[in-house]
Design a protein around this ligand. Structure first.
Ligand SMILES: NC(=O)c1ccc[n+]([C@@H]2O[C@H](COP(=O)([O-])OP(=O)(O)OC[C@H]3O[C@@H](n4cnc5c(N)ncnc54)[C@H](OP(=O)(O)O)[C@@H]3O)[C@@H](O)[C@H]2O)c1
Length: 321
């Protein structure tokens, strides 16, 4: 990918950071954006120390004015834009009765409207370079697992956006790749927010997200995504479990829904006094620590991909680069 320019949203930690390393390692210049300035600066320093030409831009994809100028800033710095990776996302785990309409709006803003605005703003430079759009959706876009409702709703919308764009961009020279990851060990359980009985919600989520047979390492996921981009593939499903889930839903949707109802029955009940905790705090509970022993691979990923050492992050308009 020598001479190409890749923009990764949410590139300051987790999968986005791994993707930035992967594309940079293949010769591309890399721009990353995120809301938190401190982690973004650390990520750019890490990329630069590996010999990668990198730019960091503080940008919240839910703020239209910030999204509008992002592709311009990248083109101003590198002269072109070849690949736009729509990766930024947020995660909230808990029974839907404990959530507000605002939680749904936040999810849709981050994972549907944000990507839509960014595609609009970046389409001209992408058309000029015959570039690619890569949407990191989720198996949650095709299977509705209980206690993930805002995320699932937003990911369904994001997948529909990606597949519609793929159809409508025919003849423009722009290629769209829809990526459907199953569980990945990115350490994101530490940054997620847990509602209802947060420690119990954290325990099941962190356990599933970190089980080696169900989840794929972030490094392997990033390599497979970059391969798919280089080959201009239209669709990539990561993990055998995700492939099986999608096939089952296609063949027997009623049966899959019955299984989800069963899962819903064993998931934590709504407590009389619902609470909310970030994953970094729920991880310190007895249940959180017990799960951490079994899922040590994901705990290691959380440290490597800058999810754990959380210091207060600030953002402001002055220092965009
Ligand atoms: N991990 C999994 O098992 C899994 C499975 C399926 C799909 N996925 C999808 O894969 C993508 C990456 O996941 P991950 O696990 O790496 O997540 P992560 O570790 O939580 O990282 C999310 C990244 O997005 C940024 N971000 C969040 N909201 C943003 C906003 N409004 N504007 C700009 N940047 C924003 C975060 O930085 P700031 O907080 O500083 O903004 C961070 O850099 C997500 O779309 C996720 O839904 C993940």
């Amino acid at each position: 990918m020598d001479g190409e320019v890749v923009l990764v949203t949410g590139g300051s930690r987790g999968l986005g950071l791994r993707l930035a390393h992967e594309f940079g390692g293949r010769g591309a210049s890399v721009a990353i954006c995120a809301r938190g300035r401190e982690r973004l600066t650390r990520a750019v320093a890490e990329l630069t120390s590996q010999g990668i030409d990198a730019q960091g831009v503080v940008c919240d994809v839910t703020v239209p004015e910030e999204v509008e100028v992002l592709p311009e800033e990248v083109v101003a710095r590198f002269g072109r834009l070849d690949v736009l990776v729509l990766n930024a996302g947020i995660m909230r785990v808990g029974p839907w009765e404990t959530l507000t309409e605002e939680h749904f709006a936040q999810a849709l803003d981050s994972m549907f409207l944000g990507p839509l605005r960014l595609v609009r703003a970046a389409f001209d430079p992408l058309r000029e370079s015959g570039g690619r759009i890569v949407t990191i959706t989720s198996i949650g876009a095709y299977l509705s697992v209980p206690h993930l409702m805002p995320y699932t709703v937003a990911k369904h919308a994001e997948a529909a956006l990606s597949e519609s764009l793929a159809a409508e961009s025919a003849g423009t020279g722009v290629r769209v790749t829809t990526v459907v990851p199953g569980l990945m060990r990115t350490g994101s359980h530490r940054g997620a927010v847990f509602d209802g009985s947060p420690e119990r919600e954290y325990a099941w989520f962190a356990l599933l997200a970190g089980l080696p047979l169900l989840s794929v390492g972030a490094g392997r996921a990033a390599r497979r995504i970059a391969d798919a981009v280089e080959r201009r593939r239209g669709f990539l499903v990561l993990t055998p479990a995700a492939r099986m889930g999608m096939a089952a839903h296609g063949l027997a949707p009623g049966l899959v829904q019955a299984s989800m109802r069963l899962i819903g029955r064993v998931w934590p009940d709504i407590p009389s006094e619902p609470r909310e905790l970030p994953g970094s705090e729920a991880a310190r509970s007895l249940k959180g620590r017990a799960v951490g022993v079994v899922t040590f691979l994901n705990e290691r990923a959380a440290h490597r991909l800058d999810q754990v050492s959380r210091t207060r992050q600030t953002r402001g308009v002055g220092a965009r680069r």
